[in-house]
Design a protein around this ligand. Structure first.
Ligand code: ATP
Ligand code: MG
Length: 342
């Protein structure tokens, strides 16, 4: 069965794997294959290197860019990828820049914190947030928050949302975060409840003169509570989505080599641990058997690594894709690649 058949009706798909294995190519081709079947697909790159635009020969940024189908059917080049009926499926691209997202996130939080601090400490606050921006935890949390917003909003307007993830090896850890973050935010909220009760009690002792101070404090408390609750709800919904095998799947992309096979087995274990369903392992760039001795030899060696993968993760369907003679660039090439996925 091809990759699209294995995904079935699922609406959220993550593509992950090591650098250069073909995540961007396979996720975009999959988006196109689904679009040809009439679905509207949003493909989101979370890779700071952003080769989505390069692959499609289009400018893709933080906003949504129509790459194929929809109105672009009539547009230059977009029809190259193989005839779509007008009004049928579409592929839209979007890139999330983890750095920019972390910065935006921290400046929002920074503003809230400054609102609570006396003026002379504001520079100190700025310095703290400049440091925090460098921390990997902040980047991950901000990226995940943005991914959660994009996927939940995307599902309202698109039939499917596909993620082309960065080759960090931290993808599984990132997907684990909704669980950690919702528990953490819950902890913050319950602490706030306690401190609010304490302040109320103190103000009660101070008597009526504190009324003005009390109301401005209440406004700030309510604001902070609102921000925290919004985050918690977002992560709870993301966690539900990630662990719902009816709606969400992960596709592991790899090369048929020893280390990638071992890493894929490990990734599979991590994903199972979080409760994310793995729909397929895509073994990309399989060497041909009929194009000379050299490649035939490689093909045999690859076959052994693939057999090992089958032994290690027997429940995961394998999709094998051939090594193509040239790079995959431009909508037409994506279109040919997409044909391999049906
Ligand atoms: N089956 C294939 N045959 C030939 N070339 C391929 C194949 N699949 C992908 N490529 C080429 O390999 C290169 C890497 O592919 P791609 O950019 O999709 O990988 P990636 O996993 O997204 O990489 P990165 O980790 O850098 O984001 C590209 O030049 C692409 O055109
Ligand atoms: Mg890529």
């Amino acid at each position: 069965m091809g990759l699209t058949g294995l995904l079935g009706e699922r609406r959220v798909v993550f593509f992950g794997g090591k650098g250069g294995v073909g995540k961007t190519t396979v996720s975009s081709a999959c988006a196109l294959a689904l679009a040809r079947a009439g679905r509207s697909v949003l493909v989101v790159s979370t890779d700071p290197a952003h080769n989505l635009g390069h692959l499609w020969g289009a400018e893709v940024g933080a906003g949504e860019t129509l790459l194929w189908g929809g109105d672009a059917n009539a547009g230059a080049g977009a029809g190259d990828a193989g005839g779509a009926e007008a009004g049928a499926g579409s592929v839209t691209g979007m890139e999330i820049d983890p750095d920019a997202v972390a910065q935006a996130h921290l400046s929002t939080v920074g503003r809230t914190v400054k609102g609570m601090m006396p003026e002379h400490l504001h520079r100190e606050v700025d310095r703290y947030f400049a440091l925090a921006r460098q921390s990997p935890g902040t980047q991950e949390a901000a990226l995940l928050e943005r991914m959660s917003e994009v996927v939940l909003d995307g599902l309202e307007r698109y039939n499917a949302v596909l993620f082309d993830t960065a080759p960090t090896g931290h993808t599984a850890r990132l997907l684990e975060l909704p669980q950690l973050m919702s528990a953490w935010t819950e902890g913050l909220l319950s602490r706030r409840t306690k401190s609010e009760r304490f302040s109320d009690a103190m103000r009660g002792l101070e008597g009526r003169r504190a009324d003005a101070a009390r109301s401005s404090q209440e406004v700030r408390d309510a604001e902070i509570r609102r921000v925290l609750e919004r985050r918690r709800d977002l992560f709870v919904r993301m966690r539900e989505l990630l662990t719902d095998a009816q709606r969400t799947a992960f596709v592991m992309v790899l090369a048929a080599e020893r280390m990638p096979v071992l890493e894929t087995v490990e990734l599979h274990g991590q994903l199972r641990g979080i409760g994310v369903d793995v729909a397929a392992a895509v073994v990309n760039r399989r060497s041909p058997t009929d194009a000379g001795e050299f490649l035939a030899g490689r093909s045999t060696a690859e076959g052994e690594h693939v057999a090992e993968l089958r032994r290690q993760v027997p429940g995961v369907p394998l999709v094998q894709l051939p090594l193509l003679p040239g790079e995959v660039t431009g909508a037409a090439a994506v279109g040919r690649f997409a044909a391999l996925l049906d």
